[in-house]
Design a protein around this ligand. Structure first.
Ligand SMILES: [Ca+2]
Ligand SMILES: [Ca+2]
Ligand SMILES: [Ca+2]
Ligand SMILES: [Ca+2]
Length: 490
């Protein structure tokens, strides 16, 4: 057992450090796809669910010494509801709960999966399979989840009736498949002939919110444009979960740039946002400018925000002030500032960059101000000049040295973590109108470690998860450590 270490006591926060015996694939940590929390043992405190085991939370730490194995359901997927596991195998449903006596089976039944019979779930000639993931959703609000089973043409709903789930409705709401294009094929000589059939494809997003289903389907237009067809359906739990015909509505957006993607900038809304690079023509060196675009009225008005940076940050749309409306976080770098001589000097000899966050707070009319509501500037030390393109500079370019998605003191304002010096992480608390001018907390850090901010223990305060490759072992191993955030005793 590793002893709890109190790392810092500034800004009213402390961190409890705990090494986690898990191997996190490098790409999953930032998306938060790897770690799930739910109260599995029913003590009111969330536990950590890993792919193969569960670490119960005890006294503010995860019990790594006696993990609970997740029941072997290697050929099924699962979803969670109030700490219970719903395993969906082929044609089979099993509900399991962890108790003092071990895993208890709450329900086991056959469940014909609609997609098993559909053509889409058959293996393709290349041997690939297309899988649809069932999920749980409480459509009628009675606290018992329904099972939604997506398939090629729509969603099949299974509702619980006493002890079993039964199929009650199939909502055929997905757009039809159409043939995709394939590259020109070689016909001669005959021995080189490989005739491929064009794929049939369909693309849409479906948002389920209470009894309302919103389907957002793109239609590609010439000139790198797209428009979306947004259809809203209402289902009636009193009538076999069928769609209520006169409550169906549809809008078609204006044409917009193809990088515009649907997202909800306000709860329940369908908005569109995205971004792309353009190169400033006024500067001598081609200066990359990232342009963020948003529209909250289906493309009638599109607002644009420009900032000199290489790429979009992973936190471009974040609710920075806790009002449930997403705000824009643009990032700007001084790397291309000034003339040719200064830029080349900075690239070949410079070992630091000035990095700026520009925050545009969304108002209650769904508009963003033309100039940032507030900005914050960071001095980021590199290990080598940019021209060497070392790991730290590549990390800077890919946006992982800075994170504005966490809320460490649970006040609703998102705080910023910066890996600003190679050997430290600095946390800046958000006051609501900007960041503290100096870091509120710093953590000694290794230049080769990666971090991510997420609420690992489910207490509402973001924690820091760190992962690195431990090359002192042979063969090297991926390691992971959590810094769990706690309020310091006054
Ligand atoms: Ca628990
Ligand atoms: Ca907001
Ligand atoms: Ca905060
Ligand atoms: Ca937490």
């Amino acid at each position: 057992m590793i002893a709890a270490a109190l790392l810092a006591m500034f800004g009213g926060l402390t961190f409890v450090e705990q090494e986690l015996p898990v191997v996190v694939p490098p790409e999953s940590i930032a998306t938060g796809n790897f770690f799930h929390t739910a109260d599995v043992d029913g003590d009111g405190v969330p536990d950590l669910i890993l792919p193969d085991r569960i670490l119960l939370q005890r006294n503010g730490r995860f019990n790594i010494d006696s993990p609970i194995p997740v029941p072997d359901h290697s050929r099924s997927t699962y979803d969670l509801w109030k700490g219970e596991f719903y395993f969906f195998g082929s044609g089979h449903l099993e509900i399991m709960r962890w108790t003092d006596k071990g895993w208890e089976r709450r329900l086991e039944q056959d469940m014909e999966s609609p997609s098993a019979a559909s053509s889409a779930n058959r293996a393709t000639p290349a041997g690939r399979r297309i899988f649809f993931m069932p999920f749980l959703h409480d459509l009628n609000g009675d606290g018992v989840p329904e099972i939604a089973f997506p398939e090629e043409s729509g969603i099949t709903i299974f509702a619980r009736n006493g002890k079993t789930y039964r199929r009650v409705s199939t909502l055929k709401i997905f757009p039809g498949l159409h043939y995709g294009s394939i590259p020109r094929q070689r016909l001669w000589p005959p021995e080189a002939r490989r005739i491929a059939f064009p794929p049939r494809q369909m693309s849409c997003r479906c948002v389920v919110d209470g009894t309302r289903l919103t389907l957002i389907a793109p239609e590609e237009l010439p000139g790198k444009q797209v428009r979306y067809r947004v259809t809203r359906y209402e289902v009636d739990p009193q009538h076999q979960y069928a769609v209520i015909p006169d409550k169906t509505s549809q809008i078609i957006t204006e044409p917009m740039n193809r990088y515009m993607q649907p997202l909800a900038l306000r709860p329940g809304d369908v908005d569109f946002a995205g971004g792309d690079w353009e190169y400033a023509e006024t500067s001598v060196l081609p200066q990359p400018i990232f342009v963020t675009q948003v529209t909250t009225d289906n493309g009638a008005h599109v607002e644009s925000f420009r900032a000199p940076f290489f790429r979009s940050s992973r936190g471009s749309f974040v609710d920075m002030n806790g009002d449930d409306r997403l705000d824009i976080v643009a990032e700007a770098s001084d790397l291309f500032k000034g003339g040719v001589r200064e830029s080349i000097e900075r690239f070949t000899n410079g070992t630091s960059v000035q990095h700026e966050l520009r925050v545009y707070i969304q108002d209650d009319q769904g508009r963003f101000p033309p100039v940032p509501s507030w900005t914050a500037s960071f001095h980021i030390e590199m290990t080598h000049p940019p021209i060497q393109n070392d790991k730290r500079f590549r990390w800077y370019q890919s946006g992982v040295l800075l994170d504005a998605s966490g809320d460490f003191n649970k006040d609703g304002y998102r705080d910023v973590v910066a890996h600003d010096l190679p050997n430290r992480l600095a946390i800046y608390l958000n006051t609501g109108s900007g960041l503290s001018s100096r870091p509120d907390i710093t953590i000694p850090f290794d230049p080769d470690h990666r971090f991510d901010a997420l609420d690992l223990d489910g207490d509402g305060r973001s924690d820091i998860v760190v992962q690195w490759r431990d090359s002192s072992q042979s063969p090297p191993v991926e390691r992971c450590r959590a810094y769990l955030t706690r309020e310091a005793a006054p």
